[in-house]
Design a protein around this ligand. Structure first.
Ligand code: COA
Length: 182
């Protein structure tokens, strides 16, 4: 059984989402630049209801398979990071997002690294992978900084705003993680 938990990094508190986080989440998620490469983005503007649904899901989802952390800086939620865990194959899919006002400060790599370090141990993972729109070079940089290797380019694999785009996959094996783990 994996318990909901908090993690701390040099600058950040990573903790489970709470209903009180709705305002912070809506503030950054309603930025169109932020959701530019998000395949499941709502058709219209991101509303308070979208924020409430996101938080409700994060709270209700079981941490056995879907641990989701709010990224907190100075008391404000500035993003989220989490995993989808396949317990049978012991593989986790990593996701992350940070408010545009904090892009370029190394927040996503710092938060995701802590989550990966925790998850390899908590779930006995053999691999963590992540995927991104091939045009989302900001996200590619995060995966590279996490020590992940680019494994695949899936051509025309995504539908995004009525447009078909390529998708890249990055992966980190347990032994690669161990080589640089604390
Ligand atoms: C992708 C994302 C999580 C990166 O987070 P971050 O905390 O800014 O990560 P970093 O600070 O390490 O920056 C990553 C790269 O973004 C680029 N970048 C930084 N600031 C930027 C800005 N204001 N505008 C455009 N690109 C910027 C830089 O090239 C940087 O790489 P570098 O450090 O090698 O120069 C963030 O851009 C984001 O939340 N985007 C929207 C959601 C998203 O796309 N999530 C990933 C889905 S796969």
């Amino acid at each position: 059984m994996v318990e909901r938990t908090e993690l701390r990094t040099e600058r950040l508190l990573l903790r489970p989402f709470a209903f009180a986080d709705v305002d912070d989440v809506v503030r950054y998620a309603s930025d169109e630049q932020w959701s530019r490469y998000w395949v499941a983005a709502p058709a219209g503007p991101y509303t308070r209801r979208d924020g409430e649904e996101f938080i409700a899901r994060a709270i209700l989802d079981s941490w056995e398979t879907r641990p989701q952390f709010a990224i907190v800086l100075g008391g404000t939620v500035i993003g989220g990071t989490g995993l989808n865990i396949d317990r049978e194959s012991r593989i986790g899919e990593l996701g992350y997002a940070v408010a545009r006002s904090h892009w370029g400060e190394g927040i996503a790599p710092e938060a995701a690294r802590a989550v990966i370090d925790w998850a390899f141990l908590a779930y006995g993972l053999e691999k963590v992978f992540a995927r991104a729109d091939a045009r989302n070079v900001q996200s590619h940089r995060v995966m590279e900084k996490l020590g992940m290797r680019r494994e695949a380019l899936l051509r025309q694999h995504r539908m995004h705003g009525g447009e078909r785009t390529d998708e890249v996959w990055y992966g980190l094996l347990r032994r690669e993680w161990k080589e640089r783990a604390p």
